[in-house]
Design a protein around this ligand. Sequence first.
Ligand code: ACM
Ligand code: ZN
Length: 529
Amino acid sequence: MHTGFSGHVRSSIIPEPVSVENRRGSFAFGGQMDLFVAGGDVLLKDHALWLKEMLERIPGVYIQVRQFQQGQSLPPRGIVLALADQPYRAEGYVLDITSRRVMITGDDVAGVFYGIQSLRQLLPPALEDVQQSSSLRNVRVSNTRIEDYPAFAYRGLHLDVGRHFFDVEFVKRYLDLMALHKMNTFHWHLTEDQGWRIEIKRYPLLTETGAWRKETLVGHGSRPPFRFDGTPYGGFYTQDQIREVVAYAARLHITVIPEIEMPGHALAALAAYPHLGCTGGPYEVATRWGIFDDVFCAGSEETFLFLENVLEEVVELFPSQYIHIGGDECPKTRWKECSACQNRIRQEGLADEYELQSYFIRRIEKFLQTKDRRIIGWDEILEGGLAPNATVMAWRGVRKGIEAARMGHDVIMSPVGHCYFDYYQADPETQPLAIGGYLPLSRVYEFNPIPEELSARDAKHILGAQGNVWTEYMPTPEHVEYMAYPRAIALAEVLWTPRRKQNFDEFRTRLHLHLQRLDILGVNYFRSE
Ligand code: ACM
Ligand code: ZN
């Protein structure tokens, strides 16, 4: 299994690096130490300060951060953060530890950051906590050379803040954990039937009305009779808070992709602005889960004016190249009976309501292109004709991703069978209420984002994969962590580590050690035994 790698090919790092070569001897942390940073990059300097803060938790260690010029002869001792003269792979790095020097050479600044995350995982877990660090003695890391880069460019984790709302503090913590595992894309699901969570200056009712529901379903929502808790619920992010999260993520090399759902899952928006629905309302912010017939009217120009104005503010807040426009689970019931929608079908020469949805998405894509942005949509956007430049997020199965890739579209794999972290992770009898399904850690780990039947050319369209955390049955931050971890760690390794180096049993051994770190960080992960 381990052919092609010399020395000890396993590390304690998760995700497992591409190549590890262990050597005799070790590097000791102690006393006055220099941390050299190449060049003047602000973010790189920021990473150096983070590392300094962490290492100075070791009793007796004092770190002096010094700048050195790229190309200058290398400092023989200390810790060095440098950039490669000839970058090899985006986000890649070499971590070279000898008895005299710990050197991280990134192919870019993100690479240095990931090298630091690997070094962090070679250090004692106690370092994660200021208190526990104070008892550390004689901290060393074994000499080693690690060469590493990701298998996939898109390594995503999603969070639904519509069904339940999670504050900025928790979102930052969620991002911190992603970064520890070298995940680089946060898909922020910001609008839902049950709540609109992003302040839009031009439409204040979206949050004054749309961010609040009068009560919430109790128990499972699959069939009546329904019971409710009678307690108003809601919350939203101000634009300042959104900017704060985006900036925080950028320091962790995480891109934040916002999702503004359309044409379905729009009840909260309709409750605020009922003229945007086919019937004109009145509508209520949803209080139970599922799919609702009332969606944005595709016949009304008002709908497009509204969405373009909303997106205008969204693109100002999010530098991400991609904007996710939803597109999933949009019933056609209202459109069939709406004269405006039927007029649109006739005027545009569309065959049916599926083509009307396609018209909707194409029109939004065209608008976002004028802002130099690209769209991602859930795989339903394949129906009725795909928007020309859309990236497809395949959730109903890898088949949908195969279909899109063969049409020459980029794909992010997020199939329910491997990537839905709202599914049960063990026998439901032993677990808190969840939406259903069964997705144990091993199923996540087994996932191959590149289906074997894809040709090499089509496989290039698979950008990566994403874990989805839908929160109907996750009312608290602790519960979100319980469902996301450790499954998100398995996905992180699927997306980073070369497939030939993946091995579930061996992963579990490393995970066992790694969970000590999560314990110290206070993560409420699911414990399998
Ligand atoms: C989805 O799970 N409805 C994308
Ligand atoms: Zn309509």
